[in-house]
Design a protein around this ligand. Structure first.
Ligand code: S3P
Length: 166
C-alpha cells in the first residue's frame, strides 16, 4: 500500500473501532488525527443527534460529505462515520485522495458496543434494522483499498496489521 503522504481513511460500521484505532495509528505514524463526526460537531456547533432531528439522515449526509473533503490534508488519519460510504462517489474520492481501510468486525461485536448509544441516532433502531443496514453496506465497505479483519484482535494488533501493509 502506497501512502504518498496522503490521508488514511478508516471506514467501517458503527462500533468497528475507527476512532480508537485511528487515534493510535496516527500517533504511531506521526500523522494528525481527525474524527469526522467530531469535526462536524465542532464546525456546526450542533450535536449529531440534533442534526439528524433537524435535517434528517439525508441532510446529515450532505454535511458529512462536505466536511470529509475539507479535512483532506497531507499526513492525516481520518476516522469517518459508518455511513460515509452511502454518499455517492465518496469511496472512489477517498481512494483517489488517500488510502481507505475497512475495519471489518462481526455484527454482534459492533452491536454490543453501539446498542442504545444516545450519541448515535441510528443505534436505537433495533437489532434487525441495524443488521440490515450493515448487510446493505457491506458491498460498499469492501470497495476499500485495504480490508483488515479485526475479529478477536486488540487495538494494538489491528494497528500492527495496518503497519505490515505500509
Ligand atoms: C452513522 C455513524 C456514526 C455517525 C452517525 C451515522 C451511520 O458514526 O456518523 O450517527 O450512518 O452509520 P460512527 O460510525 O463513528 O458511529
Amino acid at each position: 500500500m502506497e501512502l504518498n503522504n496522503q490521508c488514511i481513511y478508516l471506514i467501517g460500521f458503527m462500533g468497528s473501532g475507527k476512532t480508537t484505532v485511528g487515534l493510535q495509528l496516527s500517533e504511531e505514524l506521526g500523522y494528525s488525527f481527525k474524527d469526522l463526526d467530531q469535526e462536524i460537531v465542532k464546525n456546526t456547533g450542533i450535536t449529531i443527534p440534533a442534526i439528524f432531528e433537524n435535517v434528517g439522515e439525508a441532510g446529515f449526509r450532505k454535511i458529512e460529505k462536505k466536511m470529509l473533503k475539507e479535512l483532506n490534508e497531507p499526513h492525516c488519519v481520518i476516522a469517518t462515520g459508518g455511513g460515509v460510504v452511502e454518499n455517492e462517489g465518496v469511496l472512489s474520492w477517498m481512494n483517489e485522495n488517500g488510502t481507505s481501510i475497512y475495519l471489518k468486525a462481526p455484527f454482534e461485536v459492533m452491536y454490543k458496543r453501539i446498542q442504545d448509544d444516545r450519541n448515535r441516532p441510528l443505534s436505537n433502531q433495533g437489532r434487525e434494522a441495524l443488521s440490515l443496514r450493515f448487510e446493505n453496506r457491506k458491498s460498499m465497505y469492501t470497495q476499500a483499498e485495504v480490508i483488515i479483519d479485526t475479529d478477536g484482535k486488540s487495538v494494538d494488533e489491528v494497528v500492527v496489521e495496518i503497519f505490515k501493509l505500509l
